[in-house]
Design a protein around this ligand. Structure first.
Ligand SMILES: [Zn+2]
Length: 338
């Protein structure tokens, strides 16, 4: 189906056709245009109102995804409807035209400039269309289980390492190359963009967008097969379990029901033992329950499962463990005679 080169054309064609049309019924209940934050949201942004033609454009984009890669939408909405937010105006702290929140809620946040089309990216695809697919793919892997899988790592880690080496030889980091649109070294290593070299997660989103748009890029066959099997086809019951469990447990924990959160995560981990973010979150839940040994064990397991390239999550866990150690040693000092 990679002959979907026509998809690029199709996307905006549909958007134009739909300008006057009503929202498509098959998506009802799966996407929600919100003018206030969802109850589970942890976002702090100022929201604006959706224009009717913007709703129509976004609905049309989702309809195209649903038609062509139903697994992406099924995963993104596995734990509940996808919240769609329109920012009140340009948000300087978020330079992208759209960005996604996952894990705690599934949402895509759209900014003014998303709706200005006709800006092709380096592969000749409309920037907004590309970004839309990229962000929804992040939602489809909410806790990073696909991007952290052994199979995905085997497919892309070496490519990413080679791109980094090539950039380092020129005195550049991936981010620096990104900001100067230096995609050539990535393309030569079989990555669709330099952005894909940022992380396993960004690579998943970038490859999915490149696959769909059939852009002028030599798509590695083994990666196409992986995407078809693991992302574009229907999600497994285990995938739905962990996406739902993470969201439910983080909400319970925020509401002060740490015991409830622990039970939800325990059940999910019994079913999916390599659920890295399950250990990550349960560590915090057990900290709240003052089960310090349990928290430490969970974070140790999380560190075993979360790859080196996931710096942010690993830093969170390292910081939390350091805090735990400090509290434990303070506790010992505060109880003399033991
Ligand atoms: Zn991304």
């Amino acid at each position: 189906m990679r002959g979907a080169a026509r998809l690029a054309v199709l996307l905006w064609a549909l958007v134009l056709v739909s300008l006057g049309a009503k929202a498509e019924a098959p998506l009802e209940g799966r996407i929600l245009f919100r003018s206030d934050l969802a109850p589970e949201s942890t976002l702090r942004i100022e929201l604006g109102e959706w224009a009717e033609k913007e709703r129509a454009a976004v609905t049309a984009l989702f309809a195209v995804l649903d038609e062509n890669v139903p697994g992406v939408l099924a995963r993104a909405g596995a734990a509940g409807a996808i919240s769609l937010y329109r920012t009140a105006g340009p948000s300087p702290q978020h330079p992208a035209a759209a960005w996604a929140r996952r894990r705690h809620e599934a949402s895509v946040i759209f900014r003014d400039d998303f709706f200005r089309s006709g800006r092709p990216n380096r592969l000749g695809v409309d920037y907004s269309n590309w970004l839309f697919v990229h962000e929804v793919v992040h939602l489809a892997d909410p806790v990073g289980q696909i991007a952290r899988s052994r199979e995905w790592r085997a497919l892309v880690e070496t490519r990413i390492a080679r791109v980094k080496e090539r950039l380092a030889a020129r005195g550049l980091t991936v981010r620096e190359a990104m900001f100067s649109y230096l995609d050539a070294p990535a393309l030569e290593e079989g990555l669709p963009s330099v952005y894909a070299a940022l992380s396993l997660h960004e690579a998943l989103s970038e490859y999915a967008a490149a696959y769909l748009f059939g852009a002028d890029f030599a798509f590695p066959e083994e990666i196409a097969e992986f995407l078809q099997e693991r992302l574009f086809s229907a999600p497994s019951p285990a995938e739905i379990t962990i996406a739902t469990a993470y969201r439910k447990a983080s909400r319970l924990n925020r509401e002060g029901d740490a015991a409830g959160a622990e039970a939800v995560l325990g059940a999910a981990l019994a079913q999916v033992p390599d659920f890295a973010m399950g250990y990550y979150l349960r560590g915090y839940v057990r900290l709240a329950l003052q089960d310090y040994a349990g928290a430490d064990r969970d974070w140790e397991e999380a560190l075993r499962l979360i790859p080196e390239s996931d710096g942010r999550e690993r830093d969170d866990v390292e910081t939390a463990r350091a805090y735990l150690r400090e509290r434990l040693s303070e506790g010992e000092r505060a109880e003399p005679g033991r």
